[in-house]
Design a binder for this molecule. Sequence first.
Ligand code: PXL
Length: 246
Amino acid sequence: MSTQPTVLVIAGSDSSGGAGLTRDVVTLTSMNVDVSCVVTAVTAQTNQRVSAVQYVTPAMVRQQIRDGFAAEDIGAVKIGMLGTVDIVQVVADELRLHPRVPIVLDPVILSSSGGVLLEADGIQLMMNILMPLASVLTPNLPELHRLTMTLAESADVISRARFLLSSGAQAVLVKGGHVDAAQARDVLITTEAEQWFVEPRLSVQRRGTGCTLASAIAASLARGATLSIACAHAKRVVTNYLRTAD
Ligand code: PXL
């Protein structure tokens, strides 16, 4: 029997392999973690566009989650693309049954090419019922702005992240990758503290950095690391991923 921890990944597949489930599995495998897969959607994509999306039925998503927990001792859950409001609902219903398992929620809304990966009603429901279950949310800056649209345009990153904490998430890691600066700065915010993670900005563009980061955090949490250590390590995993871009 394997002594590796298992992460349950709930995500969509990306036929190009650049993001989504493929990236999650590659990242987790490279960190010596076993993976249970819950597929929420199948997407046909190139790096430039999302051509087609087919959602998996909510009943099928539910059964994959149930069988994942039945078969393995799940050490952490990583959530990526959810697609529809009904899938958000079943994922929250099932995960509520496992309150001690840490959950990394990457609030995926759009692909980097602009394709819709979560319908509008699903965004609100995700905030209402999934965020309260999350150990950490990992929005990028466009997602942070979309999720805090009700705040004044002038609201800064920290106050926006604090607003998301008030939705019930235990922590928010805001990824600074969408800012044009010399350093890639991420900030982890909890009710008690604010911690910055800084790496040099590399001049490469590569899809899948968000999936890589969230999966790497989940891998460390499954091994029992603190959130702070998990985020610091995950940031280095992403930097290495960018360094090996061709
Ligand atoms: O990176 C977010 C993401 C997640 N899941 C799927 C995706 C993408 C981005 O393209 O395609 C399936």
